[in-house]
Design a protein around this ligand. Structure first.
Ligand code: OFO
Length: 175
């Protein structure tokens, strides 16, 4: 059984992960419209991942006899200034999620809630990986440049990164 405070905080995290899923879905759609198929595929996969992150917390709350709440999701933006700006937004959102996970950990420490502390470790690793991935993408965009002539190369690069992520996911679920 978790405390009511922890239950509320975890339900807030559900909203944040749900928003990330819808934000990335919206980004995928914008990329698609811009003809950036590699970026669109990447953002669709990220969106699916965020939904899984949301559900993982959802099921955890039920497992510890709490009440998981389906969140109200605010409408995300539909258009983005550039691919570079889009990935800057993704990185900023991931940093926000990391900060929120850290707050949950602090709360779990305060509550002496070892079950939730243990549960949250997965998110600590995930956020470290996600932030590193997004920073890597931003570095590559900086190297390639994001003028109209560079978009094709950025998109090809994103296609490659997405394939590598898919392969890593498949290896992880086969392990
Ligand atoms: Fe779930 O927020 Fe990133 O990965």
């Amino acid at each position: 059984m978790i405390s009511k405070t922890m239950e509320n905080a975890l339900n807030t995290q559900i909203s944040l992960e749900g928003y990330a899923s819808f934000l990335y879905l919206s980004m995928a759609s914008w990329c698609d419209k811009e003809g950036l198929q590699g970026c669109a595929a990447f953002m669709h996969r990220q969106s699916d991942e965020e939904r899984q992150h949301m559900l993982r917390i959802f099921h955890y709350i039920s497992e510890v006899d709490g009440h998981a709440l389906a969140p109200a999701i605010a409408q995300p933006p539909h258009s983005f200034e550039s691919v570079h700006k889009l990935f800057e937004q993704v990185y900023a959102h991931e940093q926000k999620v990391t900060a929120s996970i850290n707050e949950l950990l602090s709360l779990a420490y305060k509550d002496n809630d070892h079950t939730t502390l243990n549960f949250l470790q997965w998110y600590v690793t995930e956020q470290r990986e996600e932030e590193a991935l997004m920073r890597g993408i931003l570095d590559r965009i900086k190297l390639i440049g994001d003028g109209p002539m560079s978009l094709y190369y950025i998109d090809k690069e994103m296609e490659k990164i997405n394939k590598a992520e898919l392969a890593a996911e498949a290896a992880e679920s086969a392990a």
